[in-house]
Design a protein around this ligand. Structure first.
Ligand code: ADP
Ligand code: MG
Length: 732
C-alpha cells in the first residue's frame, strides 16, 4: 500500500465523507455542467460511479524500454519526445496521423489511423508514452495504433505507474484521472463498510486505501492487493443482496415443507429402468433436502445435454405428490414437453402420480377437461410449454415450479410461472455451461447441483490436437474405422470466417447463453456462404474422395443446399450409404448416427471451444468410443494452447471455464443478470477463491444477523441498499 496515512477525522466528518459517495458527481471539484453531461454519457452520475470507474490497464513506466532495446514483435512501453506530427490523407476517406517519437537511443515512427484529432493534440516537444507492438519496416521501428499517453512534465520518473481509465473523446483519460483524484479527496475518511472481522480475516486494506491504490498506484504490486479487496467487496455485496432479496419471511410462512420419504417417491425409484449415477443420486438428495425445509428454496440443476437432468427433477415431482400439493414443469418447446410424456409418463404412472400436458396445440375440448381437473386438484403434475402461463391454468396449491432449459425463458415468463404457485420451491435446469464460480456469483441465492457425466455415453471420446503436418494420423485412424464398418465426419470451417488472419489474437468468443443453441441443430456457421467457401468445401470433398478415402463414398453437406438436399444427404449417411460426411454448415443433432466414430475438424483454431465441444458430441454416441482430431495449421502458440484444453477434458463445463478464463474481465459477465453488472473488477475464473469466500461469508453474516442490524453490519447493509437500489429500478 502507498504510505499514505488516512487522516483521523471525527464522526461528523466521516459520515459526511461517506454520504458524499452517493452525491451527484457535480459535487466533485472540477466537474462543470458540461463535464457532468459528458460523464453521464459514460454512465457516471454519482461520486460512487466515478470511483467505480476503474482503470482498464496500467502503463508500467518502471518497465519502459528504450527504442534501441525494444524487441521487434514485443508489446512494450516507450517513453520519448514528440519530434514531428504529420496528418496524411492517402485516400479520400482515410486519414492517418504519423508521429515521430525520439528518445536518447533512436526514432520510433507511430502511425494512427482515423484519429485526425491527434494532430491538434500533440505537438513537437511534448513528452509522450507509447505502448504497443513493435514492428520494423522501411528502416524504422514502428507502432501502429498504439496506446498513446501524453506525459506531464517530469512524469517519466522511474517507478511511476500510469493508470489508463476508460475514456471518451470528450472525457480523456488524463481528465478522468484528475476528477477521480478529487473524488477520492472528497471521500477521505469514509467509513469502511466491511466489518473489521472480515478485513482481518483476509488482511484486506481499507476501502479508501484500496481505491487510492487502484486509481493512483505507485507500484503494480499495490494494484493486486487493492483489487483483491475491492473484488471481494463487490462479491460480498452481490451475494448479500441476492440472499436478502430472495428471503422473505411472509412467503416462508406459506411455504411447503415437502414430504420426501413418501410412497410415490419410493415406487418411482423402484420403477426406474436404470440405476442412477452417483451424481444424479447426489443431485436428487440435495434437491429433496431443500424441498423438505419450511421455506422457499431455489435449486439449480446444471448439466450438459444428455446428462439426465429430467429424471432428477422427477424425484421432486413425486415428493410433491406425496405432500398432496401440485407441480408445474415447463419446457421451451412442444417437442420437449412431449418428451416428458414419453420419458417420465410411464414412470410416474407406475408411481401412482397423475399428470397432464398443456401446450399451444392441445385441442380446446381436451384443454378444457385437463384444466378442470387441474383446478380441482386431481392432477399432481402439469407438464407444458409457455401455454402454462395462460390465466386459466390453475391448481389449488402448487408448491413446486420446474423450469427446464431456463435460459430459453425471459425473466418475466419465469416469474409468471412462479406466481401461479403458493410460495413454491423453484427448480431450474440448464445445459448452458456456467462454471460453478460464475453460477455462485450470479445465482448466489440458489443451491446448485452439477451433472457432468452422460449416463448413456460411457464409451466417450478421445480428442487429439494435430499439427497440419501430422494430419495423416487422423486420416489413418479414419480409414481404419471405415474398414471396421464405421463412419466418419470431416468438418471444415468457412474460409471467410471471422477468425481469419487473426490467429494470434484472443478468440472472439461469444458470451455464454448467446451461443446459438437451438434444440436439434448446431449452427456451425450461419448466414450466407460465399462462393469461395463452397468451392473450397467441394474441393476438399473431391480431394478426400480421390486421394484419402478412394474405397468409401464421400458426401458433402453445405449451407447452399436446400432443406430437401440436406435431408437426403443426411439420410444416406445415416443409412450407411455415404460413409464419410464432409460438412461445412450444419449438422443436425436430431440425426443421431451411432455408427460414426471418427471426427476430423479442419482448421480447428477457427472454432470456439464451446462449439468444438458441441461438435465432438456427434461421435462416440454408440457402443464404440469416438476419436476426435482437431487439425490446425496455425503456428500461433496461443491458438494451439487453446485447443489443447479439448485434449485435457471431456467436460463441457470445464471447456466453458477455459473459454471464460481466456476472455478479458469486462466480457466475463456477458450474461448481465440483475446485480451482476456491479461486478466491475471480478474475473470469476481467476477469482474463484474470492467468489467462494464471499458466498460463504454472506451466508454466515445472514445466519448470525438476518436483518443485518447489528452495529458491525449496519454500514454494510446500507451499502448494499445504496448499491442495488438503482439496479432494482432498472430490472426488467
Ligand atoms: P438432459 O440432461 O439433456 O435433460 P435427459 O434427462 O433427457 O437429459 O436424459 C437423457 C437420456 O439419458 C434419457 O433418455 C434418459 O432416459 C437417459 N438416462 C438418464 N439417466 C440415466 C441413467 N442413470 N442411466 C441410463 N440412462 C439414463
Ligand atoms: Mg433436458
Amino acid at each position: 500500500m502507498p504510505a499514505r496515512r488516512e487522516k483521523s477525522l471525527g464522526r461528523p466528518e466521516r459520515l459526511a465523507a461517506t454520504l458524499n459517495l452517493d452525491a451527484s458527481v457535480a459535487r466533485v471539484p472540477g466537474v462543470s455542467s458540461a463535464r457532468t453531461s459528458a460523464l453521464a454519457k459514460m454512465g457516471i452520475t454519482t461520486v460512487r460511479d466515478l470511483l467505480a470507474h476503474y482503470p482498464r490497464r496500467y502503463l508500467d513506466m518502471s518497465h519502459v524500454v528504450t527504442v534501441a532495446d525494444a524487441p521487434i514483435g514485443a508489446l512494450v512501453t516507450v517513453s520519448g519526445t514528440v519530434h514531428e506530427v504529420k496528418l496524411k490523407k492517402p485516400r479520400p476517406r482515410l486519414t492517418l496521423t504519423e508521429i515521430t517519437v525520439v528518445d536518447a537511443t533512436g526514432v520510433l515512427v507511430v502511425t494512427c489511423f482515423r484519429q485526425p484529432w491527434l494532430a491538434d493534440r500533440l505537438h513537437a516537444g511534448d513528452a509522450l508514452a507509447v505502448a504497443g507492438k513493435v514492428e520494423f519496416n522501411y528502416g524504422f521501428k514502428r507502432m501502429t495504433n498504439p496506446f498513446l499517453e501524453p506525459l506531464e512534465e517530469g512524469a517519466s520518473a522511474v517507478g511511476m505507474v500510469v493508470p489508463v481509465h476508460p475514456a471518451t473523446e470528450r472525457m480523456p483519460t488524463a481528465q478522468i484521472r484528475r476528477l477521480v483524484s478529487a473524488a477520492l479527496d472528497l471521500c477521505e475518511g469514509m467509513y469502511d463498510p466491511l466489518p473489521l472481522e472480515l478485513r482481518m480475516k483476509y488482511r484486506l486494506p481499507s476501502r479508501l486505501a484500496a481505491m487510492r491504490a487502484v486509481h493512483e498506484p505507485h507500484h503494480m504490486e499495490d494494484v493486486q492487493a487493492a483489487r483483491r479487496r475491492l473484488a471481494y467487496e463487490e462479491l460480498l455485496m452481490l451475494e448479500l443482496h441476492l440472499l436478502m432479496r430472495s428471503r422473505n419471511a411472509a412467503q416462508d410462512a406459506q411455504a411447503t415443507a415437502h414430504r420426501t420419504d413418501g410412497p410415490h417417491l419410493a415406487r418411482f425409484r423402484e420403477a426406474l429402468p436404470f440405476e442412477l449415477t452417483e451424481e444424479q443420486q447426489r443431485a436428487a438428495r440435495e434437491l429433496l433436502q431443500g424441498m423438505a425445509q419450511q421455506h422457499c428454496v431455489k435449486h439449480m440443476l446444471l448439466g450438459d445435454v444428455g446428462t439426465g437432468k429430467t429424471v432428477v427433477a422427477a424425484h421432486a415431482l413425486c415428493a410433491v405428490a406425496d405432500t398432496g400439493t401440485q407441480a408445474f414443469m415447463m419446457a421451451p418447446t412442444e417437442v420437449l414437453a412431449r418428451q416428458y410424456e414419453k420419458s417420465l409418463g410411464p414412470l410416474l404412472d407406475q408411481a401412482g402420480v397423475t399428470w397432464e400436458t398443456v401446450t399451444g396445440s392441445t385441442p380446446a375440448r381436451e384443454r378444457e377437461a385437463v384444466l378442470e381437473r387441474a383446478a380441482a386438484g386431481t392432477v399432481d403434475v402439469l407438464f407444458g410449454t409457455q401455454a402454462l402461463l395462460e390465466d386459466d391454468v390453475r391448481t389449488p396449491c402448487c408448491s413446486l415450479v420446474v423450469i427446464d432449459e431456463q435460459q430459453r425463458f425471459g425473466v418475466a415468463q419465469r416469474e409468471a410461472l412462479v406466481r401461479k404457485g403458493v410460495a413454491p420451491d423453484v427448480l431450474t435446469m440448464t445445459a448452458t455451461p456456467i462454471p460453478r464460480s460464475l453460477a455462485l456469483a450470479i445465482y448466489g441465492d440458489s443451491t446448485l447441483s452439477y451433472l457432468t457425466v452422460r449416463p448413456r455415453n460411457r464409451a466417450g471420446n478421445t480428442t487429439r490436437v494435430l499439427d497440419r503436418s501430422s494430419q495423416g494420423v487422423a486420416y489413418d485412424a479414419a480409414c481404419e474405422a471405415l474398414r471396421e464398418g464405421r463412419q466418419v465426419y470431416v468438418v471444415c470451417p468457412l474460409v471467410g470466417s471471422p477468425a481469419d488472419g487473426k490467429e494470434d489474437e484472443e478468440p472472439s468468443g461469444r458470451a455464454y447463453g448467446e451461443e446459438a443453441y437451438e434444440y436439434g441443430v448446431i449452427v456451425i456457421e450461419d448466414g450466407e456462404m460465399p462462393d469461395e467457401d463452397l468451392k473450397a468445401a467441394s474441393a476438399q470433398a473431391r480431394f478426400l474422395q480421390a486421394k484419402v478415402f478412394p474405397d468409401f463414398k464421400v458426401g458433402l453437406l453445405h449451407g447452399k443446399m436446400s432443406g430437401e438436399e440436406k435431408r437426403e444427404v443426411m439420410e444416406r449417411f445415416r443409412a450407411g450409404d455415404v460413409r464419410v460426411l464432409v460438412a461445412t454448415t450444419v449438422i443436425e443433432v436430431g440425426v443421431d448416427v451411432p455408427n460414426a466414430t471418427v471426427m476430423i475438424v479442419e482448421d480447428a483454431e477457427r472454432f470456439g471451444l464451446a462449439q468444438l465441444h458441441q461438435l465432438r458430441g456427434r461421435v462416440g454416441r454408440g457402443d464404440h468410443p469416438g476419436s476426435v482430431f482437431l487439425v490446425s495449421g496455425s503456428r500461433a502458440p496461443a491458438a494451439l494452447e487453446r485447443l489443447a484444453v479439448m485434449e485435457r477434458t471431456e467436460d463441457g463445463f470445464a471447456v466453458a471455464e477455459s473459454d471464460l478464463a481466456l476472455r478479458r474481465e469486462g466480457d466475463i459477465l456477458g450474461n448481465r443478470q440483475h446485480g451482476a453488472s456491479t461486478l466491475k473488477l471480478v474475473n470469476v475464473v481467476r477469482d474463484r477463491a474470492i467468489v467462494e469466500a464471499a458466498h460463504a461469508d454472506a451466508l454466515d453474516v445472514l445466519a448470525e444477523d438476518p436483518e443485518m442490524d447489528m452495529p458491525a453490519h449496519r454500514a454494510l447493509a446500507r451499502e448494499v441498499r445504496m448499491l442495488f437500489a438503482r439496479c432494482e429500478d432498472k430490472k426488467d
